[in-house]
Design a protein around this ligand. Structure first.
Ligand code: GUE
Length: 284
């Protein structure tokens, strides 16, 4: 029987600490940390995530500004908005919600965000710092996965870790964070052979592949820590993870659910990254 670790609960703890820190800043009459979120177009999933980010900022007492741009926004118009936010001393963090509408170049937008305001941790400078173990912004979902592992009391050092998926947003950075904590890391992808057997060697299994319920019990070692990053929607539009929870839960040592697992941690880590940017801008 696995111990189910609710990211929604862990998030409550962390957000309570953030609320206290915001209270202290407000009490001292300081400028408040501010996150600017750019949403281009009307993708309903993006709108729900962005709304969640704004609500979380308000919940802890952080400022946020939502810039909504029409689907037909041009690359130059979008770049101009990013440049304006780069120069705005009241804005600590900038996030451009992905994916962008077809025809817009997200890599160019990400490069335009000032690295010290890149609270997504997607800018090449911050990616490089992660690989060099220097202090920069780490992407929110990978940070959330590591926080959940630490809350499980699972120390990655010396453990076999398998990351299922190699995206720039999740798989690649979380694999690097696990390596930075001295795990022995295997990254699996669509070309990996004997996938279930490779995954079943893992003490720590991170499922970030984007395929609903793909990970069943045969992919899981008895007692392993399983972290489900999946954000798939089933035919009824219900949020479903990459892990088949019913099949894996009896065998795993720890497991995170979807929803109420990694998702809320992603938002909470975004708040922490925004406070980190604020502290750097305030010269603390
Ligand atoms: N520039 C950028 N940065 C991102 O961090 C980013 C992005 N673009 N594009 C999309 C992904 C996805 N993402 C999630 C955020 C919160 C939940 C979340 O809170 N999920 C809740 C459920 C929310 C619901 O019910 O819809 C849960 O899992 O319990 C999930 C996914 C951030 N993303």
């Amino acid at each position: 029987m696995a111990q189910v670790i609710y990211g929604s609960e862990v998030s409550k703890d962390i957000r309570a600490q953030l609320s206290e820190q915001m209270e202290a800043l407000r009490g001292a009459g300081a400028r408040m940390p501010k996150l600017a979120v750019i949403l281009v177009g009307n993708n309903p999933a993006s709108l729900s995530y962005v709304t969640g980010k704004e609500k979380a900022c308000a919940q802890v007492g952080m400022e946020s500004e939502l810039i909504r741009l029409p689907e037909a926004t041009t690359q130059d118009e979008l770049m101009a908005v990013v440049r304006r936010l780069n120069e705005d001393p009241a804005v600590d963090g900038i996030l451009c919600q992905l994916p962008l509408p077809r025809g817009l170049d997200s890599a160019q937008v990400i490069r335009e965000i000032r690295p010290d305001k890149d609270v997504d941790g997607f800018h090449p400078i911050n990616v490089g710092k992660l690989y060099l173990k220097e202090d920069g912004f780490v992407p929110c979902t990978p940070l959330g996965c590591m926080e959940l592992l630490h809350r499980m009391g699972v120390n990655p050092s010396g453990k076999r870790a398998v990351v299922l998926g190699r995206s720039n947003l999740v798989g690649a950075p979380v694999a690097r964070l696990l390596l930075n904590e001295n795990a022995t890391v295997t990254i699996c992808h669509s070309k990996t052979e004997n996938l279930p057997q490779v995954c079943a060697e893992a003490d720590i299994l991170i499922a970030a592949v984007g395929r609903a319920k793909m990970v069943t019990a045969e992919y899981v070692k008895e007692g392993a820590a399983v972290i489900d990053v999946g954000i798939n929607r089933n035919e009824q539009g219900k949020l479903v993870g990459d892990v088949d929870f019913a099949s894996v839960e009896p065998k795993a040592g720890f497991i995170t659910p979807v929803p109420k697992g990694v998702g809320p941690m992603t938002i909470t880590m975004l708040l922490k990254n925004t406070l980190k940017a604020y502290r750097q801008h305030e010269g603390e």
